[in-house]
Design a protein around this ligand. Structure first.
Ligand code: FAD
Length: 364
């Protein structure tokens, strides 16, 4: 007798990386597949909320979410993936996890601790550090450096802030108008922005450091915001080594499958798709991938699979809790409108809702 759909053994989908993209894939498939999530840590730390948590640690209670809270049906392995063969994924703690399908979502390498409690303590330690000093040095003028400067200047308007950036303008990944708006906002808040100079942090001596042009900076503490490396080095010796481009990104087709591998998908920042790498984009990839996996697992024709095409791009960089800079396709603006869209809640309620959680903590 043919097995009913319910009786059929569920396919095993292994999702590697529990960040913005991986969390959505695992959440979307947990009822229809035997899902295993492999992540370096036990929790999802909403990346764009982390800088607020450094100046207001209680914010992290909502934005650091244990995977188990939104993935009750998923087996969670809190360990790094170290290799992948055509049958299984190996983890740092020695497990070998067999798969029917794999989704690679290891966007960026984290140096974060394993548990939520440890992560919350880190935020508290950052907060205490910032609170106790007079001068803070921020190294890097990309979105992380700019948003951190915004958060500190909002929460601690009396602190002296120095931001040093290697390039000729802030936020170089978007247009120069947005850069200028961010620069104007920061200088209006008396942040000392130093462009075209770098810092060798190995030569930080009693809080005194020299920039590449010989300028001396004295700061009581510093934060390095120079961007995290792409999380693909673990693939260098794997069956996917030839699927990495020279930037360490995975080459995917229009269905988000890795070229030449019919049962391996990739989503998020690790893909080679030409677009601004953003969480909202990783979430779109995740939805396309989950849809395609459902089609394949149901035995439907591959021709039914959804395709992914980059759409119009919107970037918002928050500046404190009420303002921001937004680059839309035809216009770039700053002030309270971007602030209203992003800076007030940093999309935390919305992100929690997408994972079936109460936007404001407690019950689901
Ligand atoms: C300050 C800041 C502000 C931002 N603001 C926005 C914004 O407003 N809107 C927006 O859309 N985007 C924003 N982004 C960008 C967004 O955060 C990234 O594009 C997004 O996180 C990419 O998602 P991802 O799933 O590809 O990777 P990530 O979210 O980086 O997740 C990768 C996961 O993989 C894990 N991992 C890595 N290597 C391994 C391994 N070997 N084994 C197991 N696990 C591994 C990591 O621990 C992590 O959990 C912002 C980023 C920053 C830093």
């Amino acid at each position: 007798m043919p097995k009913s759909v319910e009786e059929k053994k569920k396919m095993r989908v292994v999702v590697i990386g529990g960040g913005v993209g991986g969390s959505i894939v695992a959440y979307s498939l947990q009822s229809v597949a035997d899902v295993v999530l492999i992540d370096q840590k036990e929790y999802y730390d909403i990346p764009w909320a982390s800088l607020r948590s450094m100046v207001e640690p209680s914010f992290a209670e909502r934005s650091v979410i244990n995977h188990i809270d939104y993935l009750p049906k998923v087996q969670i392995i809190a360990s790094s993936a170290t290799n992948i063969t055509d049958r299984e994924v190996t983890t740092e703690d020695g497990q070998k996890v067999a798969y029917d399908y794999v989704v690679i979502a290891t966007g960026h390498l984290e140096s974060a601790p394993k548990t939520k409690a440890e992560r919350l303590n880190e935020y508290k330690a950052d907060f205490e550090k910032i609170k106790s000093v007079n001068t803070v040095l921020i190294v890097g003028g990309g979105p992380t450096g700019v948003e951190l400067a915004g958060e500190i200047s909002f929460a601690f308007p009396d602190k002296k802030l120095i931001l040093v950036h290697r390039g000729p303008r802030l936020l170089e990944y978007i247009g120069s108008k947005a850069s200028q708006m961010a620069m104007d906002w920061l200088t209006a808040k008396k942040v000392d922005v130093i462009l075209d100079q770098s810092i060798n942090l190995n030569h930080l001596n009693g809080g005194i450091v020299q920039t590449s042009s010989g300028e001396t900076i004295k700061a009581d503490c510093h934060f390095v915001c120079t961007g995290k490396p792409i999380g693909s080095s673990w693939l260098n010796e794997s069956i996917l080594q030839n699927s990495l481009n020279i930037h360490g990104k995975l080459v995917v087709d229009q269905n988000l499958r890795i070229r030449g591998h019919k049962n391996i998908f990739a989503v998020g920042d690790i893909t080679d798709i030409k677009e601004i790498k953003q969480g909202c984009v990783a979430q779109k990839h995740a939805h396309v991938t989950a849809k395609n996996l459902k089609i394949l697992m149901n035995g439907e024709s591959e021709s039914k699979m959804a395709t992914y095409k980059p759409g119009w791009e919107m970037v918002i960089v928050s500046l404190g809790r009420k303002e921001g800079v937004a680059q839309f396709p035809l216009i770039t603006i700053s002030g309270y409108i971007p602030g209203k869209i992003k800076s007030e809640d940093l999309f935390v309620g919305r992100t929690r809702k997408q994972l079936g959680l109460n936007p404001y903590l407690d019950e689901k």
